[in-house]
Ligand binder design. Structure first.
Ligand SMILES: C[S@@+](CC[C@H](N)C(=O)[O-])C[C@H]1O[C@@H](n2cnc3c(N)ncnc32)[C@H](O)[C@@H]1O
Length: 218
């Protein structure tokens, strides 16, 4: 990118900003989830972050999205690190038996160039966020969500996700919001959440971590 192009992109868009932030948090060997694979840009980024010993699980309900993402990953020579599921992100727990995931990414909305009616929906997104909490490392796991409030369905979903994030903040999570202001239409924004304290302790329950790093109630 030329200096004038990068100036034009400053402050960065949420899609770029989340990569900048997560690049400093993810490590070789991490397990991560791309909850909305789309065209595979985020899947590709995550596969580079976790290295050859890490794992990316990528979900999308659309065959076209899975095909596009798979092609991008194969061309990048990263196929060994990525497993694709043509399933809703509400199903992530079927593929992750324990709380071992470093980050779960959601980039909401529809696949550019495809049917705009095939968009993420608030009910499933909230169910998937609850599932994400259960598969994340505790403490330390990160959830990122890019919301698109610029169209009516996206606005309803964005408000529901922001309310869910606010609730997490009252349960010991650190939550932040980033997005452009004073735009013609409501601009996309990024919500980032990290379970800073033990989720179970924050709810008044007692837990212990065993030698494998698994958390269990006592
Ligand atoms: C904005 S696109 C994602 C862009 C993608 N992260 C990228 O880097 O190219 C949103 C995607 O969410 C997918 N989607 C919609 N509902 C879903 C669901 N319940 N589970 C998983 N993916 C879903 C859509 O098919 C679409 O491909």
């Amino acid at each position: 990118m030329s200096p004038s192009e990068s100036e034009a992109m400053f402050p960065p868009r949420p899609t770029a900003l989340v990569h900048q932030i997560l690049a400093g948090l993810l490590h070789e060997g991490d397990w991560v989830i791309d909850a909305t694979a789309g065209n595979g840009h985020d899947t590709h980024f995550l596969a580079e972050c976790v290295g050859s010993s890490g794992r990316v699980l990528a979900f999308d309900v659309q065959p076209a999205a899975i095909a596009a993402s798979r092609l991008r990953i194969m061309r990048a020579g990263l196929a060994e690190r990525v497993e694709f599921f043509q399933e809703s992100h509400t199903q992530i727990e079927r593929h992750i038996p324990q709380a071992c995931v470093a980050a779960v990414l959601f980039n909401l909305g529809y696949l550019p160039g495809e049917d705009h009616a095939l968009t993420t929906e608030a009910t499933d997104t909230l169910a998937a966020l609850e599932a994400a909490v259960r598969v994340l490392k505790n403490p330390g796991g990160v959830i990122s969500v890019i919301c698109y409030p610029g169209h009516p369905a996206g606005l309803i979903e964005a408000e529901a996700v922001e309310a869910w994030m606010a609730k997490q903040a009252t349960h010991g999570w650190r939550v932040a919001k980033y997005g452009a202001i004073h735009t013609r239409r409501p601009a996309p924004f990024l919500l980032l959440a990290r379970n800073a304290t033990n989720y179970l302790l924050a709810r008044g329950l007692t837990s212990q971590t065993n030698i494998l790093g698994n958390c269990f109630l006592i």
